[in-house]
Design a protein. Structure first.
Length: 231
């Protein structure tokens, strides 16, 4: 380095390098193979919800009949609702100005990590039960939204919506009821959209609550909440 000291270009370079190193260390610390919020074995998801009704069984046929009835009765407003993406932004209208009182960057990073771990866990359960989606069994379902090409049971949207609501409710306790009401509606919307059976929704909501219970008690989450509220 010359006698003039650190130049602006040097500072930018080193700042970028440090940022990359920090992101790399965070990625290594938190992966589906090394979860920090939802520890391996914290929830026996498959045992908790059990298997779905077999395709073609009387119980399965009842659920399919409900999906077809919902297809015939859904309104344009319901279709617009189910087309909305599920992420933090879905809940921000409820939180309003209270978001200004917390560290939004840490909040978003924490939720991203939690949802990543939750998805890895329930995707394994989906693969275990391998229940085909309604529109795969009956092409007359005709959903107005896209769905991931993974098994139907349990509903990932129902799981994640409940986890979002419970986690945000720990940070914004006066909004708990409104957050959970929206979360449940998001889950029900997946049956209205024809991408899930009602049993998928119920199982997903049960699983989401169990995940949230484990996450909220984890030391990593408690540490994150302290950082989020430190602004």
């Amino acid at each position: 380095m010359n006698k003039q000291g650190l130049k602006l270009s040097d500072f930018i370079y080193f700042s970028a390098l440090l940022s990359l190193l920090l992101l790399s260390s965070l990625a290594q610390a938190q992966t589906p193979d090394n979860p920090i919020y939802l520890r391996d074995g914290a929830v026996d998801g498959a045992g908790l919800i059990g298997p779905p009704p077999p395709v073609g069984s009387p119980e399965f046929n009842t659920h399919m009949a409900i999906v077809l009835w919902l297809r015939d009765t859904r309104t344009p407003e319901q279709v617009a609702f189910v087309k909305e993406k599920l992420n933090l932004n879905r809940f921000t209208p409820i939180l309003g100005d209270e978001l200004l009182d917390v560290d939004g960057i840490v909040l978003r990073q924490t939720l991203t990590g939690i949802i990543k771990e939750v998805r890895a866990d329930y995707d394994a359960i989906k693969a275990l039960y391998d229940q085909p989606r309604p529109f795969k069994v009956n092409p007359e379902v005709k959903p107005p939204v896209d769905a991931r090409d993974v098994a139907s049971y349990p509903s990932g949207h129902a799981v994640r919506a409940v986890v979002y609501a419970r986690v945000l409710g720990e940070i914004f306790p006066d909004k708990k009821d409104e957050l959970m009401d929206l979360a449940l509606q998001i889950g029900y919307g997946r049956a209205i959209a024809g991408v899930h059976y009602p049993v998928d929704i119920v199982a997903g909501q049960v699983l989401g609550k169990a995940y949230a219970d484990a996450i909220i008690e984890s030391p990593s989450f408690k540490e994150a909440v302290n950082k989020i509220n430190s602004q």
